[in-house]
Design a protein around this ligand. Sequence first.
Ligand code: FAD
Ligand code: SF4
Length: 509
Amino acid sequence: MKILRLILGDQLNSKHSWYHNDEHFTYLMMEIRQETDYVKHHIQKIACFFAAMRAFAEMLKSNNKKIIYITIDQEDNQQDLSKNIKSIIKQHRIDKFEYQLPDEYRLNQQLIELCKSISIPSESFDTEHFYTSRDEVSLIFKGKKTLILENFYRIMRQKHQILIKENAPEGGEWNFDKLNRSKYDGKVPIPKPLTFNNNLLYLKLIIENQGIAYFGEINWEDVIWPIDYKQSEKLLDYFIEYCLPNFGTFEDAMTQKYWSLFHSRLSFAMNIKLISPKEVIERSCVYYESNRDKISIQQIEGFVRQILGWREYMRGIYWMKMPEFEKLNFFDNNRALPLWFWDGNTKMNCLKHTIKNSLSNAYAHHIERLMVIGNFASLAGVHPDEVDNWYLGVYIDAIQWVEITNTRGMSQYADGGIVGSKPYVSTANYIDKMSDYCSNCYYGKNIKVGERACPFNSLYWHFYERNKAKLEKNPRIGMVYNILKKMNENEKSKIFAQAEYYLKNIDSL
Ligand code: FAD
Ligand code: SF4
Protein backbone atom coordinates (compact mmCIF):
# COMPACT_ATOMS: atom_id res chain seq x y z
CA MET A 1 0.00 0.00 0.00
CA LYS A 2 1.39 3.40 -1.02
CA ILE A 3 0.67 6.13 1.53
CA LEU A 4 1.30 9.83 0.93
CA ARG A 5 1.96 11.95 4.02
CA LEU A 6 1.76 15.72 3.81
CA ILE A 7 4.07 17.90 5.91
CA LEU A 8 3.09 21.57 6.00
CA GLY A 9 5.69 24.33 6.39
CA ASP A 10 4.86 24.82 10.09
CA GLN A 11 4.89 21.09 10.88
CA LEU A 12 8.63 20.54 11.17
CA ASN A 13 8.43 18.30 14.23
CA SER A 14 11.26 15.80 13.79
CA LYS A 15 10.17 13.93 16.94
CA HIS A 16 6.69 13.13 15.59
CA SER A 17 5.75 9.44 15.86
CA TRP A 18 5.23 9.44 12.07
CA TYR A 19 8.96 9.10 11.62
CA HIS A 20 9.41 6.03 13.85
CA ASN A 21 8.21 3.44 11.40
CA ASP A 22 7.60 4.40 7.83
CA GLU A 23 8.31 1.68 5.30
CA HIS A 24 5.31 2.43 3.12
CA PHE A 25 5.30 6.16 3.29
CA THR A 26 6.18 8.91 0.88
CA TYR A 27 6.40 12.36 2.47
CA LEU A 28 5.32 15.44 0.55
CA MET A 29 6.46 19.00 1.19
CA MET A 30 5.92 22.01 -1.05
CA GLU A 31 6.70 25.70 -1.41
CA ILE A 32 3.66 27.36 -2.95
CA ARG A 33 2.45 30.81 -3.96
CA GLN A 34 -0.77 30.08 -2.12
CA GLU A 35 1.25 30.46 1.09
CA THR A 36 3.62 33.24 0.07
CA ASP A 37 0.79 35.41 -1.29
CA TYR A 38 -2.19 35.20 1.13
CA VAL A 39 -0.71 38.29 2.78
CA LYS A 40 2.40 40.37 2.05
CA HIS A 41 5.13 38.85 4.23
CA HIS A 42 8.41 40.10 5.64
CA ILE A 43 11.24 38.75 3.51
CA GLN A 44 12.91 37.07 6.51
CA LYS A 45 9.70 35.16 7.14
CA ILE A 46 9.53 33.80 3.57
CA ALA A 47 13.25 32.98 3.50
CA CYS A 48 13.28 31.30 6.92
CA PHE A 49 10.20 29.20 6.19
CA PHE A 50 11.75 27.93 2.94
CA ALA A 51 15.16 27.38 4.56
CA ALA A 52 13.69 25.48 7.52
CA MET A 53 11.50 23.36 5.22
CA ARG A 54 14.45 22.50 2.98
CA ALA A 55 16.61 21.63 5.99
CA PHE A 56 13.83 19.41 7.34
CA ALA A 57 13.49 17.61 3.99
CA GLU A 58 17.26 17.06 3.90
CA MET A 59 17.14 15.64 7.43
CA LEU A 60 14.38 13.21 6.42
CA LYS A 61 16.32 12.19 3.32
CA SER A 62 19.44 11.55 5.33
CA ASN A 63 17.32 9.25 7.52
CA ASN A 64 16.37 7.28 4.39
CA LYS A 65 12.83 8.59 4.17
CA LYS A 66 11.21 8.84 0.80
CA ILE A 67 10.40 12.46 0.14
CA ILE A 68 8.92 14.54 -2.64
CA TYR A 69 9.84 18.20 -2.24
CA ILE A 70 8.25 20.67 -4.65
CA THR A 71 10.28 23.88 -4.87
CA ILE A 72 8.67 27.25 -5.57
CA ASP A 73 10.37 27.49 -8.99
CA GLN A 74 9.68 23.93 -10.15
CA GLU A 75 7.94 23.85 -13.54
CA ASP A 76 5.19 21.45 -12.60
CA ASN A 77 4.43 23.27 -9.32
CA GLN A 78 0.78 24.33 -9.56
CA GLN A 79 1.32 26.70 -6.61
CA ASP A 80 -1.79 25.40 -4.89
CA LEU A 81 -1.85 22.86 -2.06
CA SER A 82 -4.83 20.82 -3.28
CA LYS A 83 -3.81 20.80 -6.95
CA ASN A 84 -0.28 19.64 -6.13
CA ILE A 85 -1.53 16.88 -3.81
CA LYS A 86 -4.02 15.63 -6.39
CA SER A 87 -1.40 15.52 -9.09
CA ILE A 88 1.11 13.64 -6.87
CA ILE A 89 -1.59 11.11 -5.89
CA LYS A 90 -2.26 10.45 -9.58
CA GLN A 91 1.35 10.44 -10.70
CA HIS A 92 2.55 8.08 -7.95
CA ARG A 93 -0.59 5.91 -7.81
CA ILE A 94 -1.07 6.64 -4.12
CA ASP A 95 -3.52 4.44 -2.17
CA LYS A 96 -4.02 6.57 0.93
CA PHE A 97 -3.51 10.22 1.89
CA GLU A 98 -2.50 11.28 5.42
CA TYR A 99 -1.91 14.69 6.99
CA GLN A 100 -1.27 16.30 10.35
CA LEU A 101 -4.00 18.62 11.58
CA PRO A 102 -3.19 22.15 10.40
CA ASP A 103 -3.17 24.99 12.91
CA GLU A 104 -4.78 27.43 10.52
CA TYR A 105 -8.50 27.38 9.90
CA ARG A 106 -8.21 28.06 6.16
CA LEU A 107 -5.81 25.15 5.64
CA ASN A 108 -7.95 22.90 7.77
CA GLN A 109 -10.97 23.66 5.58
CA GLN A 110 -8.94 23.22 2.42
CA LEU A 111 -7.74 19.77 3.48
CA ILE A 112 -11.24 18.67 4.53
CA GLU A 113 -12.52 19.70 1.09
CA LEU A 114 -9.60 18.00 -0.63
CA CYS A 115 -10.22 14.72 1.21
CA LYS A 116 -13.86 14.79 0.13
CA SER A 117 -12.83 15.26 -3.49
CA ILE A 118 -10.29 12.44 -3.82
CA SER A 119 -11.23 8.85 -4.42
CA ILE A 120 -8.71 7.30 -2.00
CA PRO A 121 -9.07 7.06 1.80
CA SER A 122 -7.53 9.75 3.99
CA GLU A 123 -6.67 10.16 7.66
CA SER A 124 -5.60 13.07 9.85
CA PHE A 125 -3.17 12.95 12.79
CA ASP A 126 -2.35 15.17 15.73
CA THR A 127 0.80 17.27 15.34
CA GLU A 128 2.02 16.04 18.76
CA HIS A 129 3.20 19.55 19.52
CA PHE A 130 0.81 21.30 21.90
CA TYR A 131 -0.10 20.51 25.50
CA THR A 132 -3.78 20.85 24.66
CA SER A 133 -6.11 19.52 22.02
CA ARG A 134 -7.89 21.99 19.74
CA ASP A 135 -11.07 21.89 21.83
CA GLU A 136 -9.60 21.75 25.33
CA VAL A 137 -10.15 25.45 26.10
CA SER A 138 -13.75 25.29 24.92
CA LEU A 139 -14.36 22.17 27.04
CA ILE A 140 -12.85 23.80 30.13
CA PHE A 141 -15.07 26.88 29.74
CA LYS A 142 -18.20 25.06 28.59
CA GLY A 143 -21.27 26.85 29.95
CA LYS A 144 -19.20 29.77 31.31
CA LYS A 145 -19.95 33.33 30.21
CA THR A 146 -16.40 34.60 30.22
CA LEU A 147 -13.04 33.06 29.49
CA ILE A 148 -10.32 33.73 32.02
CA LEU A 149 -6.67 32.96 31.27
CA GLU A 150 -5.78 32.59 34.94
CA ASN A 151 -8.31 29.79 35.46
CA PHE A 152 -7.10 27.93 32.39
CA TYR A 153 -3.47 28.42 33.39
CA ARG A 154 -3.95 26.97 36.88
CA ILE A 155 -5.70 23.93 35.42
CA MET A 156 -2.77 23.43 33.03
CA ARG A 157 -0.19 23.76 35.81
CA GLN A 158 -1.98 21.10 37.85
CA LYS A 159 -2.73 18.80 34.95
CA HIS A 160 0.87 18.78 33.75
CA GLN A 161 2.42 19.13 37.22
CA ILE A 162 4.54 22.12 36.25
CA LEU A 163 5.98 24.20 39.11
CA ILE A 164 3.80 22.30 41.56
CA LYS A 165 5.18 21.14 44.92
CA GLU A 166 3.05 18.95 47.21
CA ASN A 167 -0.09 19.85 45.33
CA ALA A 168 0.45 23.60 45.71
CA PRO A 169 1.99 26.17 43.37
CA GLU A 170 5.71 26.52 43.81
CA GLY A 171 6.54 29.70 45.75
CA GLY A 172 3.06 29.84 47.28
CA GLU A 173 1.44 31.83 44.43
CA TRP A 174 0.15 30.88 41.02
CA ASN A 175 1.16 34.13 39.46
CA PHE A 176 4.00 36.58 40.10
CA ASP A 177 2.92 39.07 37.47
CA LYS A 178 3.02 41.98 39.93
CA LEU A 179 6.79 41.52 40.26
CA ASN A 180 7.22 41.38 36.51
CA ARG A 181 6.66 45.01 35.59
CA SER A 182 10.01 46.70 36.12
CA LYS A 183 11.45 49.31 33.81
CA TYR A 184 14.92 48.36 32.56
CA ASP A 185 17.32 50.11 34.91
CA GLY A 186 20.51 49.68 32.89
CA LYS A 187 22.18 47.93 35.84
CA VAL A 188 21.84 44.29 34.79
CA PRO A 189 23.81 43.67 31.59
CA ILE A 190 21.62 42.53 28.69
CA PRO A 191 23.08 39.47 26.91
CA LYS A 192 23.87 39.85 23.23
CA PRO A 193 21.09 38.08 21.27
CA LEU A 194 22.22 34.67 20.00
CA THR A 195 21.94 34.77 16.21
CA PHE A 196 22.76 32.10 13.66
CA ASN A 197 24.45 33.67 10.66
CA ASN A 198 22.56 31.41 8.27
CA ASN A 199 23.65 32.02 4.70
CA LEU A 200 20.43 31.93 2.66
CA LEU A 201 21.81 33.64 -0.43
CA TYR A 202 20.78 30.59 -2.48
CA LEU A 203 17.15 31.56 -1.90
CA LYS A 204 17.48 35.21 -2.91
CA LEU A 205 17.35 34.74 -6.70
CA ILE A 206 14.71 32.04 -6.45
CA ILE A 207 12.37 34.30 -4.47
CA GLU A 208 13.12 37.37 -6.58
CA ASN A 209 12.68 35.55 -9.90
CA GLN A 210 9.27 34.37 -8.74
CA GLY A 211 8.22 38.00 -8.27
CA ILE A 212 6.91 37.27 -4.77
CA ALA A 213 5.86 40.55 -3.11
CA TYR A 214 7.57 41.14 0.24
CA PHE A 215 8.73 43.90 2.56
CA GLY A 216 11.27 44.39 5.36
CA GLU A 217 15.02 43.98 5.43
CA ILE A 218 17.30 40.96 5.19
CA ASN A 219 21.00 40.31 5.23
CA TRP A 220 20.95 37.20 3.03
CA GLU A 221 24.33 35.93 4.16
CA ASP A 222 23.61 36.38 7.83
CA VAL A 223 20.04 35.45 8.66
CA ILE A 224 19.57 35.44 12.41
CA TRP A 225 16.70 32.98 13.02
CA PRO A 226 17.04 29.25 13.83
CA ILE A 227 16.15 27.02 10.90
CA ASP A 228 16.56 23.52 12.34
CA TYR A 229 16.19 21.61 15.59
CA LYS A 230 19.85 21.99 16.59
CA GLN A 231 19.79 25.76 16.27
CA SER A 232 16.47 25.93 18.15
CA GLU A 233 17.94 23.84 20.95
CA LYS A 234 20.97 26.16 21.11
CA LEU A 235 18.69 29.19 21.29
CA LEU A 236 16.79 27.55 24.15
CA ASP A 237 19.97 26.70 26.05
CA TYR A 238 21.29 30.22 25.57
CA PHE A 239 18.01 31.70 26.79
CA ILE A 240 17.94 29.47 29.87
CA GLU A 241 21.47 30.30 30.88
CA TYR A 242 21.68 33.99 30.08
CA CYS A 243 18.16 35.46 29.83
CA LEU A 244 15.92 33.42 32.11
CA PRO A 245 17.52 34.78 35.33
CA ASN A 246 16.03 38.20 34.47
CA PHE A 247 13.18 37.27 32.14
CA GLY A 248 10.26 37.88 34.50
CA THR A 249 11.55 41.08 36.07
CA PHE A 250 12.00 42.88 32.74
CA GLU A 251 9.30 41.08 30.74
CA ASP A 252 7.35 44.29 30.14
CA ALA A 253 10.31 46.66 29.85
CA MET A 254 11.14 48.46 26.61
CA THR A 255 14.35 50.17 25.58
CA GLN A 256 15.70 51.61 22.38
CA LYS A 257 19.19 50.32 23.20
CA TYR A 258 18.44 46.59 22.92
CA TRP A 259 15.91 44.94 20.63
CA SER A 260 15.19 41.72 22.46
CA LEU A 261 16.20 42.36 26.11
CA PHE A 262 15.80 39.10 28.03
CA HIS A 263 13.22 37.57 25.68
CA SER A 264 13.75 34.07 24.32
CA ARG A 265 13.01 34.71 20.60
CA LEU A 266 11.83 31.09 20.51
CA SER A 267 8.42 31.84 19.00
CA PHE A 268 9.43 31.13 15.39
CA ALA A 269 11.13 27.84 16.28
CA MET A 270 8.13 26.80 18.36
CA ASN A 271 5.48 27.95 15.88
CA ILE A 272 6.97 25.94 13.04
CA LYS A 273 7.38 23.08 15.54
CA LEU A 274 11.15 22.72 15.31
CA ILE A 275 11.02 22.55 19.07
CA SER A 276 8.06 21.73 21.28
CA PRO A 277 6.62 23.79 24.15
CA LYS A 278 7.08 20.72 26.36
CA GLU A 279 10.79 20.59 25.67
CA VAL A 280 11.11 24.35 26.23
CA ILE A 281 9.24 24.26 29.54
CA GLU A 282 10.76 21.03 30.85
CA ARG A 283 14.33 22.09 30.15
CA SER A 284 13.75 25.52 31.67
CA CYS A 285 12.23 23.97 34.81
CA VAL A 286 15.04 21.43 35.19
CA TYR A 287 17.60 24.24 34.96
CA TYR A 288 15.61 26.30 37.46
CA GLU A 289 15.56 23.38 39.92
CA SER A 290 19.34 23.13 39.98
CA ASN A 291 20.01 26.88 39.81
CA ARG A 292 17.65 28.32 42.38
CA ASP A 293 20.39 30.62 43.62
CA LYS A 294 20.46 32.29 40.19
CA ILE A 295 16.82 32.05 39.11
CA SER A 296 13.92 33.15 41.29
CA ILE A 297 10.40 31.75 40.98
CA GLN A 298 9.09 35.00 39.43
CA GLN A 299 11.40 34.49 36.42
CA ILE A 300 10.51 30.90 35.63
CA GLU A 301 6.80 31.31 36.46
CA GLY A 302 6.57 34.32 34.12
CA PHE A 303 8.11 32.30 31.31
CA VAL A 304 5.98 29.19 31.91
CA ARG A 305 2.80 31.35 31.98
CA GLN A 306 3.53 32.71 28.50
CA ILE A 307 3.85 29.26 26.97
CA LEU A 308 1.67 26.91 29.03
CA GLY A 309 -0.83 29.70 29.64
CA TRP A 310 -1.12 32.27 26.89
CA ARG A 311 0.11 30.23 23.93
CA GLU A 312 -2.21 27.27 24.54
CA TYR A 313 -5.09 29.55 25.59
CA MET A 314 -4.89 31.58 22.36
CA ARG A 315 -4.90 28.41 20.30
CA GLY A 316 -8.00 27.18 22.12
CA ILE A 317 -9.83 30.48 21.61
CA TYR A 318 -8.90 30.39 17.93
CA TRP A 319 -10.54 27.00 17.42
CA MET A 320 -13.49 27.97 19.56
CA LYS A 321 -14.23 31.20 17.70
CA MET A 322 -13.13 30.72 14.10
CA PRO A 323 -14.24 31.53 11.44
CA GLU A 324 -16.40 34.30 12.99
CA PHE A 325 -13.40 35.71 14.85
CA GLU A 326 -11.66 36.98 11.71
CA LYS A 327 -14.61 39.22 10.86
CA LEU A 328 -15.08 40.86 14.29
CA ASN A 329 -14.90 44.65 14.39
CA PHE A 330 -16.46 45.66 17.73
CA PHE A 331 -15.75 49.38 17.31
CA ASP A 332 -16.67 49.46 13.59
CA ASN A 333 -13.25 50.92 12.88
CA ASN A 334 -12.48 51.79 9.28
CA ARG A 335 -9.31 53.86 9.13
CA ALA A 336 -6.44 52.78 6.88
CA LEU A 337 -3.09 51.91 8.42
CA PRO A 338 -0.82 55.00 8.49
CA LEU A 339 1.75 54.90 5.70
CA TRP A 340 4.68 55.00 8.15
CA PHE A 341 3.82 51.49 9.32
CA TRP A 342 5.74 50.39 6.21
CA ASP A 343 8.95 52.36 6.82
CA GLY A 344 8.90 53.54 10.45
CA ASN A 345 9.31 57.15 9.41
CA THR A 346 7.32 58.91 12.10
CA LYS A 347 8.33 61.57 14.61
CA MET A 348 6.88 59.44 17.42
CA ASN A 349 10.02 57.89 18.84
CA CYS A 350 8.32 54.84 20.38
CA LEU A 351 6.66 53.91 17.09
CA LYS A 352 9.70 54.79 15.00
CA HIS A 353 11.86 52.51 17.10
CA THR A 354 9.47 49.56 17.32
CA ILE A 355 8.40 49.64 13.67
CA LYS A 356 11.95 50.06 12.35
CA ASN A 357 13.03 47.19 14.58
CA SER A 358 10.15 45.06 13.26
CA LEU A 359 11.21 45.83 9.69
CA SER A 360 14.89 45.06 10.40
CA ASN A 361 14.46 41.90 12.47
CA ALA A 362 10.91 40.67 11.73
CA TYR A 363 10.55 40.83 15.52
CA ALA A 364 9.27 43.00 18.33
CA HIS A 365 8.70 41.74 21.82
CA HIS A 366 5.29 41.45 23.40
CA ILE A 367 4.90 44.84 25.08
CA GLU A 368 6.13 46.66 21.97
CA ARG A 369 3.53 44.80 19.89
CA LEU A 370 0.80 45.45 22.45
CA MET A 371 1.44 48.78 24.15
CA VAL A 372 3.16 50.74 21.39
CA ILE A 373 2.09 49.56 17.94
CA GLY A 374 -1.25 47.94 18.85
CA ASN A 375 -2.04 50.74 21.31
CA PHE A 376 -1.64 53.36 18.57
CA ALA A 377 -3.70 51.37 16.03
CA SER A 378 -6.52 51.06 18.59
CA LEU A 379 -6.44 54.73 19.54
CA ALA A 380 -6.46 55.72 15.87
CA GLY A 381 -9.38 53.39 15.05
CA VAL A 382 -7.59 51.45 12.30
CA HIS A 383 -9.68 48.72 10.64
CA PRO A 384 -8.77 45.36 12.29
CA ASP A 385 -8.26 43.74 8.86
CA GLU A 386 -5.51 46.27 8.13
CA VAL A 387 -3.93 45.71 11.54
CA ASP A 388 -4.13 41.93 11.24
CA ASN A 389 -2.60 41.88 7.78
CA TRP A 390 0.31 43.99 8.92
CA TYR A 391 1.01 41.84 11.99
CA LEU A 392 0.52 38.63 10.00
CA GLY A 393 3.04 39.83 7.46
CA VAL A 394 5.72 41.49 9.52
CA TYR A 395 6.57 39.05 12.31
CA ILE A 396 8.68 35.96 11.78
CA ASP A 397 6.41 34.03 14.19
CA ALA A 398 3.10 35.18 12.72
CA ILE A 399 0.76 32.31 11.98
CA GLN A 400 -2.93 33.12 12.06
CA TRP A 401 -3.94 31.08 15.13
CA VAL A 402 -1.58 33.01 17.38
CA GLU A 403 -1.47 36.27 15.45
CA ILE A 404 -5.19 37.00 15.14
CA THR A 405 -6.09 36.13 18.74
CA ASN A 406 -3.37 38.48 19.93
CA THR A 407 -3.98 41.24 17.41
CA ARG A 408 -7.71 41.36 16.74
CA GLY A 409 -8.43 40.00 20.22
CA MET A 410 -6.01 41.10 22.90
CA SER A 411 -4.60 44.18 21.22
CA GLN A 412 -7.47 45.68 19.20
CA TYR A 413 -10.42 44.54 21.36
CA ALA A 414 -12.20 43.97 18.05
CA ASP A 415 -13.69 40.84 19.65
CA GLY A 416 -15.54 42.99 22.21
CA GLY A 417 -13.83 41.27 25.14
CA ILE A 418 -13.38 37.58 24.35
CA VAL A 419 -9.62 37.54 24.92
CA GLY A 420 -9.18 40.56 27.22
CA SER A 421 -11.54 42.20 29.65
CA LYS A 422 -10.70 45.75 28.56
CA PRO A 423 -8.85 47.50 25.73
CA TYR A 424 -5.07 47.73 26.03
CA VAL A 425 -4.72 51.46 25.42
CA SER A 426 -2.76 54.14 27.24
CA THR A 427 -1.46 57.69 27.13
CA ALA A 428 2.27 58.44 27.01
CA ASN A 429 2.31 57.83 30.73
CA TYR A 430 2.50 54.02 30.46
CA ILE A 431 5.01 54.09 27.60
CA ASP A 432 7.23 56.45 29.56
CA LYS A 433 6.92 54.37 32.71
CA MET A 434 8.13 51.23 30.92
CA SER A 435 10.66 52.63 28.41
CA ASP A 436 13.28 55.21 27.55
CA TYR A 437 11.57 56.31 24.30
CA CYS A 438 9.99 59.56 25.51
CA SER A 439 13.18 61.27 26.63
CA ASN A 440 14.34 61.92 23.06
CA CYS A 441 11.08 62.22 21.22
CA TYR A 442 9.94 65.14 19.06
CA TYR A 443 6.70 65.12 21.05
CA GLY A 444 6.35 66.00 24.72
CA LYS A 445 5.15 63.13 26.86
CA ASN A 446 3.27 65.45 29.24
CA ILE A 447 1.72 67.71 26.58
CA LYS A 448 -1.89 67.17 25.53
CA VAL A 449 -2.48 70.01 23.05
CA GLY A 450 -0.33 72.02 20.68
CA GLU A 451 2.31 71.23 18.06
CA ARG A 452 4.49 69.09 20.31
CA ALA A 453 1.64 67.28 22.09
CA CYS A 454 2.20 63.52 22.30
CA PRO A 455 -0.47 61.99 20.02
CA PHE A 456 -1.19 59.21 22.54
CA ASN A 457 -2.40 61.82 25.07
CA SER A 458 -5.28 63.25 23.05
CA LEU A 459 -6.11 60.12 21.05
CA TYR A 460 -6.58 58.22 24.33
CA TRP A 461 -9.45 60.47 25.46
CA HIS A 462 -10.87 60.65 21.95
CA PHE A 463 -10.93 56.82 21.85
CA TYR A 464 -12.95 56.61 25.07
CA GLU A 465 -15.27 59.44 24.10
CA ARG A 466 -16.12 58.03 20.66
CA ASN A 467 -16.59 54.49 22.02
CA LYS A 468 -18.55 55.58 25.10
CA ALA A 469 -21.73 53.66 24.24
CA LYS A 470 -19.74 50.43 23.89
CA LEU A 471 -17.43 50.76 26.88
CA GLU A 472 -19.11 52.88 29.53
CA LYS A 473 -20.76 49.94 31.27
CA ASN A 474 -17.56 47.90 31.50
CA PRO A 475 -16.81 47.84 35.26
CA ARG A 476 -13.06 47.79 34.58
CA ILE A 477 -13.28 51.10 32.72
CA GLY A 478 -15.63 53.09 34.95
CA MET A 479 -12.81 55.23 36.33
CA VAL A 480 -11.86 56.54 32.89
CA TYR A 481 -15.39 57.79 32.31
CA ASN A 482 -15.47 59.38 35.77
CA ILE A 483 -12.36 61.36 34.91
CA LEU A 484 -13.82 62.35 31.55
CA LYS A 485 -17.01 63.53 33.24
CA LYS A 486 -15.11 65.69 35.68
CA MET A 487 -12.79 67.15 33.03
CA ASN A 488 -13.16 70.85 32.32
CA GLU A 489 -15.32 71.24 29.16
CA ASN A 490 -12.96 73.72 27.59
CA GLU A 491 -9.94 71.48 28.14
CA LYS A 492 -11.90 68.49 26.86
CA SER A 493 -12.86 70.17 23.61
CA LYS A 494 -9.26 71.27 23.03
CA ILE A 495 -8.07 67.67 23.55
CA PHE A 496 -10.70 66.29 21.16
CA ALA A 497 -9.84 68.95 18.55
CA GLN A 498 -6.16 67.99 18.88
CA ALA A 499 -7.00 64.31 18.42
CA GLU A 500 -9.11 65.05 15.36
CA TYR A 501 -6.32 67.13 13.87
CA TYR A 502 -3.92 64.22 14.41
CA LEU A 503 -6.36 61.72 12.89
CA LYS A 504 -6.76 63.92 9.80
CA ASN A 505 -3.01 64.23 9.45
CA ILE A 506 -2.13 60.73 10.58
CA ASP A 507 0.39 60.06 7.80
CA SER A 508 2.54 62.99 8.87
CA LEU A 509 2.67 62.35 12.61
P1 FAD B 1 9.11 35.51 25.02
O1 FAD B 1 8.80 36.82 25.63
O2 FAD B 1 10.43 34.94 25.24
O3 FAD B 1 7.98 34.49 25.53
C1 FAD B 1 8.17 33.08 25.44
C2 FAD B 1 7.12 32.46 24.58
O4 FAD B 1 5.83 32.62 25.14
C3 FAD B 1 6.99 33.01 23.17
O5 FAD B 1 7.96 32.48 22.32
C4 FAD B 1 5.57 32.59 22.79
O6 FAD B 1 5.56 31.32 22.26
C5 FAD B 1 4.85 32.58 24.13
N1 FAD B 1 3.99 33.76 24.27
C6 FAD B 1 4.25 34.89 24.96
N2 FAD B 1 3.18 35.71 24.91
C7 FAD B 1 2.26 35.10 24.15
C8 FAD B 1 0.95 35.46 23.71
N3 FAD B 1 0.37 36.60 24.06
N4 FAD B 1 0.31 34.59 22.92
C9 FAD B 1 0.85 33.42 22.56
N5 FAD B 1 2.09 33.03 22.94
C10 FAD B 1 2.76 33.87 23.73
N6 FAD B 1 3.12 35.50 19.08
C11 FAD B 1 3.36 34.65 18.08
O7 FAD B 1 3.95 33.59 18.28
N7 FAD B 1 2.94 34.94 16.80
C12 FAD B 1 2.30 36.10 16.49
O8 FAD B 1 1.95 36.33 15.34
C13 FAD B 1 2.04 37.01 17.55
N8 FAD B 1 1.42 38.20 17.29
C14 FAD B 1 1.18 39.06 18.31
C15 FAD B 1 0.50 40.25 18.04
C16 FAD B 1 0.22 41.15 19.06
C17 FAD B 1 -0.53 42.40 18.78
C18 FAD B 1 0.65 40.84 20.37
C19 FAD B 1 0.35 41.78 21.49
C20 FAD B 1 1.33 39.67 20.65
C21 FAD B 1 1.59 38.76 19.64
N9 FAD B 1 2.26 37.53 19.88
C22 FAD B 1 2.48 36.67 18.86
C23 FAD B 1 2.63 37.13 21.25
C24 FAD B 1 4.04 37.55 21.70
O9 FAD B 1 4.20 38.92 21.48
C25 FAD B 1 5.11 36.77 20.97
O10 FAD B 1 4.87 35.39 21.11
C26 FAD B 1 6.50 37.04 21.54
O11 FAD B 1 6.77 38.42 21.46
C27 FAD B 1 7.54 36.24 20.78
O12 FAD B 1 8.82 36.57 21.20
P2 FAD B 1 9.66 35.64 22.18
O13 FAD B 1 9.73 34.28 21.61
O14 FAD B 1 10.95 36.34 22.43
O15 FAD B 1 8.75 35.62 23.47
FE1 SF4 C 1 5.79 57.89 22.08
FE2 SF4 C 1 4.56 60.07 23.00
FE3 SF4 C 1 6.65 59.08 24.29
FE4 SF4 C 1 6.96 60.26 21.94
S1 SF4 C 1 6.28 61.20 23.83
S2 SF4 C 1 7.92 58.35 22.60
S3 SF4 C 1 5.11 59.65 20.88
S4 SF4 C 1 4.70 58.09 24.00
